[in-house]
Design a protein around this ligand. Structure first.
Ligand SMILES: C[S@@+](CC[C@H](N)C(=O)[O-])C[C@H]1O[C@@H](n2cnc3c(N)ncnc32)[C@H](O)[C@@H]1O
Length: 447
């Protein structure tokens, strides 16, 4: 076990270091490192479990380290701290035998710290995961307790609680934060006109374009390999389809995806536009991400235009110029914590105000660029009330005549199964209810 697992641990340790030092995204970096290290399927699965599990539980493991090492984590060399976190994850959350978890993890530590790492991990191993839980949550109640139990910063638990309240689901907070710690099932999208759901696998749960990935590497599915199918969360699929299917498409409609990178929703919208006789323009601020959008759209013939720059310009350059607009706004991503294991620890509560200002600026521009009677979808992969319902409410107050459409009803018409209750007119999806990211979707129109 220990010999076989060593390369997987090394890859996990490298990704943890890059996340810490270079602000890398584990979900993007890990597959590249797995390929570079030529890990077989079993080692790749172990490297993924170690990396994702350790990053998700970081706050919890740091509290355990503080108790077991009897010192603040800020007083521990960051590289040594990563090794300790990785070891604790193996001891408390996997079935790796303790001697292998400790021995192989110590081997990753800088030579000067091997004694320290060995001592701390042995201390941790003498107490069960359940007992550690009891110690970490002793005396805590409410959100503080949920934060400790499910390894979320408390401000995130507060924000998710407020978002659930706003959707009439106040009692579901424990289920939501637990769902954030479970790896999502891989969903595929069959791009309309290019692939069928049957080609990809069993139908998905809600989106008519969705299939459940058959196990293993999704790229092994021929339609995914040639770009006619893609990996895409069902909530993201519904967000695009709510815009494209809210009403029939008239030939010649002009569509705009303002914030398109890396291109998931743009690919689905482009396929929908091609089927309906509309034309899509995809815009992205960051050139490298615009490149990803171009790549995602090459499967379409002709490929839609991809342009680069601040989407706020469209209000002035194309007033009333688009019949349908997707504003999939930059956000905290608090609805996609399952996929971005480090995100909960990286985001700060004071990030929210700057994002709300950006979302507001982009939404104002979207309203200006929308043709009279057109459809605008404001979408975030965060359910945070400040980024969702409050941004929309403020826009409705600023723009006379701007109206919120019953997006729950549209979503229900589009979906293949009952989406359940919620407080409209927005459609809010939830990981614990729908198995999707917590996408917020609000359709707007103007006179
Ligand atoms: C939530 S992501 C979009 C995801 C995308 N719609 C998809 O489904 O693949 C938001 C994107 O907005 C881009 N962005 C940030 N500020 C922007 C701006 N001022 N104008 C245009 N795009 C911007 C980010 O680089 C990021 O790629």
């Amino acid at each position: 076990m220990s010999g076989r697992a060593a390369p997987a641990r090394r890859v996990a340790a490298e990704v943890l270091a890059a996340v810490r030092d270079d602000d890398a995204y584990a979900n993007l970096l890990l597959p590249a490192r797995i390929a570079q290290a030529r890990l077989g399927p079993a080692d790749a699965a172990l490297a993924t479990e170690l990396t994702y599990g350790t990053l998700r539980m970081l706050g919890r493991y740091d509290r355990i380290i503080r108790l077991a090492a009897n010192r603040e984590t800020s007083a521990i060399d960051p590289a040594v701290l990563d090794v300790l976190r990785l070891g604790i994850h193996q001891l408390l959350a996997t079935r790796i035998p303790p001697h292998a978890a400790v021995g192989d993890t110590v081997a990753l530590a800088p030579r000067r710290a091997t004694g320290f790492v060995n001592g701390v991990l042995r201390t941790v191993s003498r107490t069960s995961a359940e007992e550690w839980d009891a110690r970490l949550t002793a005396g805590l109640t409410g959100h503080a307790r949920l934060a400790a139990e499910h390894a979320h910063p408390e401000w995130v638990v507060d924000a998710l609680g407020a978002a659930l309240d706003a959707d009439g689901r106040g009692g579901e907070l424990a289920e939501l934060v637990a769902a954030d710690n479970v790896a999502p099932a891989v969903a595929l999208v069959a791009l309309p006109g290019l692939a069928s759901v049957d080609e990809l696998g069993e139908p998905g749960a809600y989106a008519p374009t969705a299939a459940r990935a058959p196990g293993g590497d999704p790229a092994a599915v021929p339609a995914v390999r040639d770009g006619r199918g893609r990996v895409q969360d069902e909530g993201s699929q519904l967000a695009a389809l709510v815009l494209s299917r809210a009403r029939p498409v008239a030939t010649g409609e002009r569509w705009l995806d303002m914030c398109a990178g890396p291109g998931g929703k743009a690919a689905l919208l482009a396929a929908e536009a091609a089927v309906g006789g509309a034309t899509l323009t995809a815009n992205e601020l960051v050139p490298a991400r615009a490149g990803l959008v171009r790549k995602a759209l090459t499967v379409l013939d002709p490929a839609p235009a991809v342009v680069e720059g601040d989407a706020a310009r469209f209000g002035a350059t194309h007033p009333g110029g688009f019949d349908r607009i997707l504003l999939d706004a930059p956000c905290t991503g608090l609805g996609a914590l399952r996929r971005r294991p480090e995100a909960r620890w990286r985001k700060r509560p004071d990030d929210v105000a700057a994002l709300v200002a950006l979302q507001t600026r982009l939404l104002d521009a979207a309203v200006e660029a929308l043709a009279p009677g057109g459809l605008l979808a404001y979408v975030t992969c965060s359910p945070h009330p400040a980024e969702t319902r409050e941004v929309v409410a403020a826009a409705l107050a600023r723009h006379p005549g701007l109206a919120a459409l019953d997006t729950r009803a549209v979503g229900q018409d589009v979906a293949t199964a009952d989406l359940g209750d919620g407080i409209g007119p927005a459609l809010q999806l939830w990981p614990h209810r729908h198995g999707t990211d917590a996408m917020f979707i609000q359709l707007l129109t103007r006179p």
